[in-house]
Design a protein around this ligand. Structure first.
Ligand SMILES: [Zn+2]
Length: 316
């Protein structure tokens, strides 16, 4: 079984970190007609005919010229470009058009991922990289130390403060997402824990998740979150896998934990309902549609399918 979340990590590009300060090389690649550019506006993209649209440098400067020129001079352009890297013999960039183009037709990354764009998986690492960087630029305009206005460098991978000299780097927030089971592994009576938030559509359930706190191990983050959310004590925890999840800047760390208590004491602030399911119960509930489990490309889906031993109907 190929785990669903791995589809979004395949076809990764070479990020070319060593080239980010090489302005002559960057300019040459930016001018190369084979280079591909993803225009990103306020951390959103504008697909065309159901696909993520990459443009050539020529298309960027001609088709978009009317929209770009009033607010942008040529010497401001490099500050808006994001070097993503190389793949398939091309150099790939993002371009932050924030505020320069009309507002029609832009989609958030979540909307792109949840079906507005066909076959994102081939480009997911590039799109996640570009939108993740653009979102960081959008949200990080001033120095956290002194309040100075930050300026981009390193092809969009650093923000430097002209006042105090501090350099800021893109942040990624670790979050744990966990398959919690109870009972003899692999036995018919073994149970899997799923919870749902009040804001979700009826029937939607997922694995529990939460952010890692400063100074905390991943294993302890799993134990703390599960106890806080549903009152279950977790013993042994092991690593499962990970998934970049830039909504806006998370790295989801999948883990499997074995519960050593069974009673559910639900924290209604975070979780509306939580239930234990055997494999037979989960299959029956998802067949009849009373329980909808996570969609195809998330690591949550992989955690459920890996435990269940295959695909389940009734996904969201
Ligand atoms: Zn500063």
């Amino acid at each position: 079984m190929t785990l669903p979340h791995l589809r979004l990590a395949s076809n990764a590009h070479d990020r070319l970190g060593v080239r980010r300060h090489d302005e002559a090389w960057l300019e040459a690649r930016w001018q190369d007609p084979n280079s591909r550019i993803l225009i990103i506006d306020e951390a959103r993209v504008r697909p065309q005919e159901g696909r993520v649209r990459w443009v050539s440098p020529h298309e960027l400067t001609t088709a978009y010229a009317g929209a770009l020129q009033p607010g942008l001079t040529a010497d401001q352009l490099p500050a808006r470009r994001l070097l993503l890297g190389e793949r398939d013999g091309c150099t790939w960039f993002g371009f932050r058009s924030d505020g320069l183009l009309d507002a029609e037709g832009w989609l958030t990354l979540r909307e792109v991922l949840l079906g507005a764009v066909a076959d994102l998986s081939a480009d997911a690492p590039l799109v996640f990289h570009g939108i993740g960087l653009a979102e960081w630029h959008r949200a990080t305009r001033f120095c956290a130390r002194c309040g100075g206005r930050l300026g981009a460098r390193a092809a969009g991978h650093e923000l430097a403060c002209p006042d105090c000299g501090r350099v800021h780097f893109p942040r990624t927030d670790p979050a744990v997402i966990m398959a919690i089971t109870f009972g003899e592994p692999g036995s018919p009576s073994e149970q899997f824990l799923l919870g749902r938030q009040a804001a979700w559509p009826p029937g939607r359930f997922s694995t529990l998740a939460g952010f890692v706190e400063p100074g905390e191990s991943l294993e302890d983050a799993v134990r703390r979150e599960v106890f806080e959310e549903v009152g279950v004590v977790v013993g042994e925890v092991e690593y499962f896998g990970n998934q970049a999840w830039p909504f806006p800047s998370s790295l989801m760390l999948g883990l499997r934990g074995r519960a050593v208590s069974h009673e559910l004491l639900i924290d209604r602030d975070e979780i509306e309902e939580a239930r234990w399911f055997t494999r037979a119960e989960l299959l029956a509930a998802s067949r009849e549609g009373s329980v909808l489990i996570p969609q195809g490309v998330s690591i949550s889906s992989s955690l459920v399918q890996h435990w269940f031993g295959g695909d389940l109907p009734g996904t969201w």
